[in-house]
Design a protein around this ligand. Structure first.
Ligand code: CLF
Ligand code: SF4
Length: 532
C-alpha cells in the first residue's frame, strides 16, 4: 500500500467522527453511568479517575470498580489480578512488540513461561483464587491478542463463570476484532475491557503499526492504521453503548505520539472511555523489537508525568499500571506466577472457598474506611497550615516503601518498587511507581545499586520507609532526598501529608530552604527478579 498516496486522500486531521463510523441505522446512546466523561472528571477538574471514590461516581459503577486493582488506585493496594496466557496469536504488528515476548499492551517484555489451554487456565485460576483470597480479577491479556483467539478466550470465560462466579472478568485487546465480539463480551459478563489505542490519526499510526491482518490479507502502512483506528473507535462506542467499562491503554513513544496523546485522550473521552492509562514505551535492543533495534527511546519520568498532566481534564487517568506480564499473578507490582506453574498445581489440594474470599473483602472494606478517615484528617491539618514563607500551591513528590495494604511498611533495602505520591496542602495523589534493583542482597547492602536507586527517585524530596541503614541514609541525604523512617505502619497518604506539613513548618521557620528537584529515570527492560 502506498502510504503517502493514501494519506493524501484525507484532508487535514483524519479523526473518524462518530457519524462516519456508525453502522447505518444504529444509534449511539452513551449511558451517563458508564462514561468517564460527565460523571467524573469534566473540564477543569484535576482528575485522576483511578483515585476516585464512591462519592465521585454512581453506586453501580463503584460496585464494578471498587475491587478491581486496575480500575481503582485505592483497590490496587489490597486486591490482586491474575492473567492466563491462553491467547498466543495476534492479528496486527506493533513496532514495540516481538512475538517471542509478552504483549506490550499489557505486559512487561518477558517470555511467557507457559501457554495454557482453556482447561489448564481454569484449573490454575481456581487454584490461585483459593490460595489468594485477594485475587478478584481474571484477565486475558495475551501473550498475543485476546480477541484474535476468540475460541480459547471465551471458552475460558464460559468455564470460569461456572467454577469461580465471583471473579470479575477482564480482557485486553488491540481493538481490531473488537466490534465482532461485543455480543460475546456481554454474554459472558466481561465487565472490563482494555483497548490499546496509541493514535487517532493514521498518519501517526503508520509509524507504530507496520501491518495488520484484515479480511484474510495483510494490509500495510496508512491504510492499515486507518482500518485499525476505525475499528478501535467503533469497538469503544459499542462497548460504551452496552455499559461495559472500557479503559484505554496508550504507549507513550517520544517523538511519535507524545504530543498526540492529548488528542487520543479527548477522542476516547468523547466516546465514553472510563479511564486512560498512558504507559512508557519499554524499548531495548535486546528485546528485538523494531523500536528497540532502531534506537527509539522510552520517556523519562518527567516526560511521562508531563503528558499525563497535560491530559488532565479529559478522560480520567490511570497512573498505577505496572505493565504486567501476560501470565502475571498477584498484587500489581508483584508476580507470584512461579508459585503456580502447572506441575506445582498438581500438588495443591484446591478448595474454592467463597466464604474465605468474602471475609477477606470485608476486612479490606474496614481498612479502606480507616485509610480514608486518616487521609481526610491529615488533609484538614494540611489545609489549616498557612504561612507567608511557603507558597500555598507548593507541591513535592515523595517516594514510599510499601509491601501492600496502603501502609508504609517496607525496609529500604527490600524495595523492588517505590510508589510515588505528589503531595500538596490539597491532596496526596498517587502519580506512579519506580522499579529498582533490590539494595539488600543476602543480608547486606549492595552499595553499587545505590546510584541507580537514587536516579529512580531523584525527582522526590523524601522517601518514606519502615527502616533504613546508615549508608543509604547518607547517600540519599547527599543527593537531596530526605530519608524518613518515623511513619512506620501508617497509612501512606496520611504519612506523606504529615511529612509534608513538617516540611512546610521547617521552611517557614527558616530551618531549611525549599529546592526544586531534577528528573528521574524509568527503569527499562525486563524485570525478572523479585525480592527473595
Ligand atoms: Fe489485566 Fe489489564 Fe484487566 Fe488489569 S492488567 S487485563 S485491566 S486485570 Fe492493569 Fe497490568 Fe496495567 Fe493492564 S496493571 S498492564 S492496566
Ligand atoms: Fe504484540 Fe500485542 Fe501489538 Fe499484537 S497487539 S503486536 S501481541 S503488542
Amino acid at each position: 500500500m502506498q502510504a503517502n498516496a493514501e494519506s493524501g486522500s484525507l484532508p487535514g486531521k483524519t479523526y473518524v467522527s462518530i457519524g462516519q463510523i456508525k453502522r447505518p441505522g444504529s444509534t449511539l446512546d452513551i449511558p451517563a453511568v458508564s462514561g468517564g466523561c460527565d460523571s467524573h472528571g469534566g473540564e477543569g477538574k484535576a482528575s485522576c479517575g483511578s483515585s476516585d471514590g464512591p462519592e465521585d461516581m454512581p453506586q453501580a459503577i463503584w460496585d464494578k470498580v471498587k475491587n478491581h486493582p486496575c480500575y481503582s488506585e485505592e483497590a490496587h493496594h489490597h486486591f490482586a489480578r491474575m492473567h492466563v496466557a491462553v491467547a498466543p496469536a495476534c492479528n496486527i504488528q506493533c513496532n514495540y512488540c516481538n512475538r517471542k515476548y509478552d504483549c506490550s499492551n499489557e505486559s512487561r517484555p518477558g517470555v511467557v513461561s507457559q501457554k495454557l489451554t482453556p482447561d489448564q487456565a481454569v484449573k490454575k485460576v481456581v487454584a490461585v483464587a483459593s490460595e489468594i483470597p485477594q485475587m478478584t480479577v481474571l484477565g486475558i491479556a495475551g501473550p498475543g491478542d485476546a480477541l484474535a483467539n476468540p475460541a480459547k478466550t471465551f471458552e475460558t470465560f464460559r468455564m470460569l463463570q461456572e467454577q469461580a462466579p465471583d471473579l470479575k472478568l477482564c480482557i485486553s485487546t488491540n481493538g481490531l476484532a473488537l466490534p465482532d465480539y461485543v455480543d460475546e463480551i456481554c454474554k459472558y459478563n466481561v465487565d472490563h475491557v482494555t483497548i490499546t489505542i496509541n493514535m487517532v490519526d493514521p498518519a501517526v499510526g503508520e509509524k507504530i503499526y507496520p501491518w495488520i491482518f484484515w479480511q484474510h490479507r495483510r494490509v500495510t502502512g496508512y491504510e492499515a492504521a486507518k482500518i485499525l483506528h476505525e475499528r478501535q473507535m467503533l469497538g469503544l462506542e459499542m462497548l460504551t453503548a452496552r455499559g461495559v467499562l472500557t479503559k484505554i491503554n496508550s504507549v507513550l513513544i517520544p517523538g511519535i505520539n507524545d504530543k498526540h496523546l492529548i488528542d487520543v485522550n479527548r477522542e476516547v473521552k468523547k466516546r465514553g472511555a472510563f479511564l486512560h492509562n498512558i504507559m512508557p514505551l519499554i524499548s531495548e535492543a535486546e528485546h528485538g523489537t523494531v523500536f528497540g533495534l532502531t534506537g527509539q527511546r522510552g520517556p523519562t519520568a518527567a516526560e511521562l508525568k508531563s503528558v499525563q498532566d497535560a491530559c488532565m481534564g479529559g478522560a480520567n487517568l490511570m497512573r498505577h499500571c505496572r505493565q504486567c506480564r501476560a501470565d502475571a499473578v498477584g498484587l500489581l507490582g508483584e508476580d507470584r506466577s512461579d508459585e503456580f506453574t502447572l506441575d506445582k498445581l498438581e500438588q495443591l489440594s484446591v478448595v474454592y472457598d467463597l466464604d474465605k474470599r468474602k471475609s477477606y473483602q470485608e476486612q479490606v472494606e474496614i481498612e479502606r474506611a480507616a485509610q480514608q478517615a486518616a487521609k481526610q484528617q491529615a488533609l484538614a491539618e494540611a489545609s489549616a497550615l498557612s504561612s507567608p514563607e511557603v507558597a500555598d500551591d507548593l507541591s513535592v513528590m515523595v517516594a514510599v516503601a510499601t509491601k501492600g495494604g496502603g501502609r508504609v511498611n517496607e525496609h529500604f533495602g527490600h524495595v523492588t518498587e517505590f510508589q510515588i505520591f505528589e503531595v500538596s496542602a490539597a491532596r496526596a495523589l498517587f502519580v506512579g511507581h519506580r522499579r529498582v534493583d533490590q539494595y539488600c542482597q543476602g543480608g547486606a547492602g549492595d552499595d553499587e545499586q545505590l546510584p541507580s536507586v537514587v536516579r529512580a527517585i531523584n525527582d522526590c524530596h523524601a522517601v518514606l520507609v519502615a527502616k533504613i541503614g546508615a549508608c543509604p541514609k547518607d547517600e540519599l541525604s547527599k543527593a537531596g532526598v530526605e530519608p524518613v523512617d518515623q511513619y512506620v505502619g501508617e497509612f501512606i497518604e496520611k504519612a506523606a501529608l504529615d511529612w509534608f506539613n513538617d516540611y512546610r513548618t521547617r521552611i517557614a521557620s527558616g530551618a531549611i530552604v525549599h529546592q526544586t528537584r531534577g528528573d528521574a529515570q524509568i527503569r527499562q527492560g525486563a524485570f525478572t527478579a523479585l525480592a527473595a
